[in-house]
Design a protein around this ligand. Structure first.
Ligand code: TXA
Ligand code: MG
Length: 316
């Protein structure tokens, strides 16, 4: 694809207006959310959505999330229900995506849903991301703004390193606070399903719903987010649950003790989530194998371990 000059836009009124203008014109704009930086396109413009897949080099069977400024805006595109209302009231804006049936006359490009009759909708909390969605007042399809299969970006510098020259602009507003992609809940079937653990712990969602979430059927390729096991992968091999590094390995720690970088010296899972992708980027840049300390599997640890397993999976 042709190289272009990637504008770096500040999160000011001028920068946000420019970002919205570029989206309207069908260009690709990376923008901050509280989870990771997204690679946005107007979800109603098929050619723009196609350009996302091209810029990322992403397999086209993977559906994208539509970002909206409010639950009211989301309801223009999906069939709402009581569970969606409960979760939206509790957690939006925030790191939660709801998958719901598409509404008649939705106007969303089928490239966004990869031909499914459901749509993932999310209302992000980041002020600059929110301001952009309000300025556009339309649905923005956005996967994480990294080349397919690479580590998700939590700073504008990560985005520029991966996609600079391939997209029109990056709206730069510093580092993402949560650091893990949104939790995805499927609400199109008979019971709520955890499709992807993420930056909102499943236990918190279950507490609000007053019931356990069903687990997704790992055999179903269409509703299996993160379908490709080796996703979020650094260039170097990654070894998990390592009590200590082997010879030649860098050590990504968790909790007290010696290491090259620590996810959280205090063993705080929220801090570890916010540091995860940034630390993987930094260790990856050193070009050596990475050993990772064990991380407990409760709360945000479930999503952290999910991303770590993908980082460590055999490459295709
Ligand atoms: O935090 C996030 O969710 C970030 C930021 C940018 O918002 N976005 C993100 O998008 O992680 P992406 O494209 O990397 O992951 C979206 C996941 C995919 O794994 C996809 O399979 C799933 O959402 N997904 C989207 N629409 C779906 C649908 N209709 N049914 C089932 N899964 C869906
Ligand atoms: Mg991604």
């Amino acid at each position: 694809m042709p190289q272009q000059n990637t504008e770096i836009l500040a999160a000011t009124a001028t920068g946000i207006a420019r970002a919205a203008q570029l989206l309207r014109q069908g260009e690709l704009v990376s923008f901050p959310t509280e989870t990771v930086y997204g690679l946005g396109a107007d979800a109603r413009q098929g050619a723009s959505v196609a350009a996302i897949y091209e810029a990322k080099g992403r397999p086209s069977f993977n559906p994208l999330i539509a970002h909206l400024h409010s639950a009211e805006a989301a309801q223009r595109y999906v069939v709402w229900n009581a569970t969606a209302e409960t979760l939206a009231q509790a957690f939006w804006p925030g790191p939660l995506t709801l998958v719901l049936p598409l509404r008649d006359g939705h106007g969303i490009s089928p490239l966004v849903t990869a031909g499914l009759d459901t749509l993932g909708v999310r209302v992000p909390a980041h002020p600059a991301g929110q301001a952009l969605l309000q300025a556009l007042d339309g649905p923005v399809a956005a996967p994480s703004a990294n080349p397919s299969g690479r580590i998700s970006p939590t700073t504008a510098a990560h985005v520029r390193a991966g996609l600079g020259g391939r997209i029109a602009a990056i709206l730069d507003d510093g580092a993402c606070g949560v650091g893990l992609e949104s939790a995805i809940i499927g609400l199109a079937g008979p019971e709520p399903v955890l499709l992807r653990p993420g930056g909102l712990a499943a236990e918190q969602i279950e507490a609000v719903l007053g019931r356990k979430l069903a687990q997704r059927d790992a055999g179903d390729p269409l509703t299996a987010p993160g379908q490709l096991l080796s996703h979020y992968a650094p260039g170097a091999p990654v070894r998990l649950n390592a009590a200590k590094p082997g010879g030649g390995e860098l050590y990504l720690g968790f909790g007290p003790g010696d290491c090259d970088l620590n996810l959280s010296r205090d063993a705080d899972l929220a801090e570890a989530a916010a540091n995860l992708f940034g630390h993987l980027h930094r260790l990856d840049a050193l070009g050596k194998p990475i050993a990772v300390a064990p991380v407990p599997d409760h709360g945000l640890g479930e999503a952290i371990n999910d991303r770590l397993r993908r980082a460590a999976a055999p490459r295709d």
